[in-house]
Design a protein around this ligand. Structure first.
Ligand code: GLY
Length: 329
């Protein structure tokens, strides 16, 4: 994750420059953020530079008055289908056995959600997660069951392991002798949050997970409350980085709860990151980043180490923002 640091806009204040008014509806009712006339909508934000093209696809839905849930699905699908991207979907780096396994989840404004984990051979796990949400009474399907479900829904199995990822795996095997290396260099995720013209929030999150992981390892990305959480009264958050650390603090749910209690998106992300820092004695290679978007269209991001950035598309402009961070590598 260190390598993705060359982008442009520095915004330690997150979205504060765009929207200055964030208010709780009253002391009695702190469970909802009151929207104001200054609400920025529609708006979509997503992690890393691949978020730029994902935002573009999401914006096409949002600018036509489409729903946030459709925007976040269509948006991340572009990155899943990009064979050159080695951390998400097709072309993702495999596990230590050379098998590409994918994790994804999606959540809408009514707390409906769907997820798949350890899914093989399907290019767009987010679309399968959407089907889990729309067509079943369940939230999470895993492994063989998820694949069987995807096939039943008409998804065509394909080989997800590209020549490049296969070569990288073969090279890794020589040096690493089949031991998974847990570090911050070998994976990241796309998480996306959107607020549509009707003022509804949704989010999505999808990844091939940690490269060369143990077969069957699942990170935070398909876990509702860890990799992603949406509460339409308050805001939404998603995570990238070391999934185990995010799961340990129920990261995205915590960020949303902190916003519910009055924090800005930026402060909420910072507080969650600080909790991760406090809970881990060894922070070597432990990169985690959160992004958050509230009901007013205010956004923010924060990470353990420098180098995390995210893409923001609002008012017809798509740009990168460097997240604030706790420490330098
Ligand atoms: N955050 C992605 C993963 O740990 O799998």
């Amino acid at each position: 994750m260190k390598t993705r640091r060359n982008f442009i806009k520095l915004s330690a204040l997150g979205g504060a420059a765009l929207v200055t008014t964030s208010c709780l509806s009253s002391d009695k009712d702190k469970s909802a953020i009151k929207t104001t006339q200054k609400t920025i909508k529609p708006i979509v934000i997503s992690t890393w530079i691949h978020g730029m093209k994902a935002n573009k696809a999401a914006w096409k839905v949002l600018e036509q008055g489409g729903k946030a849930i459709d925007a976040v699905e269509k948006g991340v699908m572009v990155v899943e289908s990009d064979a050159d991207n080695q951390s998400v979907g097709l072309g993702g780096l495999p596990d230590r056995d050379g098998i590409v396994t994918l994790d994804a989840c999606i959540m809408d404004e009514s707390n409906r959600c769907g997820a798949v984990a350890c899914l093989q051979n399907i290019e767009n796990p987010i679309a399968v997660a959407r089907k889990v949400m729309d067509d079943t009474p369940h939230v999470l399907l895993v492994g063989e069951g998820a694949l069987q479900f995807a096939k039943e829904k008409g998804f065509k199995p394909i080989n997800l392991l590209t020549e490049k990822s296969k070569k990288d795996w073969e090279a890794w095997k020589i040096k690493s002798k089949y031991q998974p290396i847990i570090n911050s260099e070998n994976h990241d995720t796309i998480g996306m949050l959107a607020l549509d013209a009707d003022g509804n929030l949704s989010g999505s999150c999808t990844t091939s997970g940690m490269a060369f992981k143990l077969h069957g390892r699942v990170g935070d990305s398909p876990i509702i409350g860890a990799g992603l959480f949406v509460d339409n009264e308050v805001g939404a958050a998603c995570a990238t980085g070391m999934g185990e650390a995010v799961i340990r603090i129920a990261g995205s749910a915590i960020v949303v709860e902190l916003m519910r209690n009055g924090m800005s998106p930026n402060k909420a992300c910072k507080t969650a990151v600080n909790r991760i820092i406090k809970k881990h004695k060894d922070l070597t290679n432990l990169q985690v980043g959160f992004i958050a978007l509230n009901k007013n269209g205010e956004f923010g991001g924060y990470s353990v180490y420098n180098g995390f950035n995210y893409a923001v598309y609002s008012k017809s402009q798509n740009e990168m923002v460097d997240a604030a961070f706790d420490r330098n590598w």
